[in-house]
Write a protein that binds this ligand. Structure first.
Ligand SMILES: Nc1ncnc2c1ncn2[C@@H]1O[C@H](COP(=O)(O)OP(=O)(O)O)[C@@H](O)[C@H]1O
Ligand SMILES: [Mg+2]
Length: 249
């Protein structure tokens, strides 16, 4: 069975950026095959990874609500849709959850989806899940174990407090998560001691601190994939040191 690492945190903290860098890290270290899962309704992990996306699983759920095509069971239909939604890249695959458009209940579709996603995850050594802030999502996404939850925060007291609430929520939801750790991203020079102090106050385990890196934002502004950052990017290097600890062995 694969090893899942999920990212969570408020919008704009850097989940997608770090998810993309983690995918690059795992591929570079030969820890393949890797599955990247974009579980944010506002999907954009593909841009960070430099990939085009076709159909999402949101489309599949929408279609399933209308019923599977005649002569096909719902199971077979959903399994086929999951296969179709996988985008293949170099050393890793990407699947985008998307969001169904209409109102109404997608419960049956979601249950089936979870089942086939779990099956899909078995094919990969590592799975990286770029989640949205609401953690209920992770519970719906997979019944499998998440080994590491990385909650991303900006370097503020309120940010760390919000991260701490997300950690609490995952505990209340009874999600099967082995380790919960915090990454403080976009830190400025000289903030490290204060960050450690604040994180300690909330009793969170600090996975590491990633500095503010103007090139990361510049790439985003210009629409260049974050994974194409040069090897000497300070943000990339700090992120890699964190990944060495959580996925290095
Ligand atoms: N370490 C960093 N230094 C500079 N800019 C960053 C850094 N991490 C993320 N960003 C920028 O912050 C913005 C939000 O990042 P993103 O990964 O999309 O956050 P989220 O997925 O949590 O909403 C993006 O413009 C991204 O390029
Ligand atoms: Mg994001």
């Amino acid at each position: 069975m694969g090893y899942s690492i999920a990212l969570a945190g408020k919008g704009g903290t850097g989940k997608t950026t770090l998810a993309g860098l983690l995918v690059r890290y795992l591929v570079e270290k030969g820890k393949t095959p890797v599955l990247a899962v974009d579980a944010d309704a506002n999907a954009n992990l593909n841009e960070v990874l430099g990939l085009e996306v076709g159909e999402t699983l949101g489309d599949a759920r929408e279609q399933m609500k209308k019923g599977a095509p005649s002569g096909m069971t719902k199971d077979l239909f959903m399994e086929m849709k999951v296969q179709e939604a996988v985008v293949e890249a170099d050393g890793f695959d990407l699947i985008v959850m998307g969001r169904p458009e209409g109102p109404g209940c997608y419960c049956a579709a979601n249950t089936l989806l979870t089942q086939f996603l779990d099956k899909l995850l078995d094919n990969y050594r590592f799975t990286v899940i770029d989640n949205e802030a609401g953690m209920e999502h992770i519970s719906r996404l997979t019944t499998d174990n998440v080994e590491v939850l990385l909650v991303v925060s900006d370097p503020t007291h309120r940010g760390v407090q919000a991260a701490s609430r997300i950690v609490d929520l995952t505990e209340q939801l009874g999600l099967s998560i082995q380790r919960r750790m915090l990454i403080v991203n976009q830190a400025k020079d000289g903030q490290e001691a204060m960050i450690r102090e604040v994180v300690g106050r909330f009793g969170l385990e600090l996975a590491g601190i990633v500095p503010e890196d103007p090139l990361v934002r510049e790439f985003d502004l210009e629409g260049k994939p974050t994974v194409d950052l040069a090897d000497n990017s300070p943000a990339l290097n700090a992120a890699y040191r964190i990944f060495d600890r959580i996925a290095g062995e």
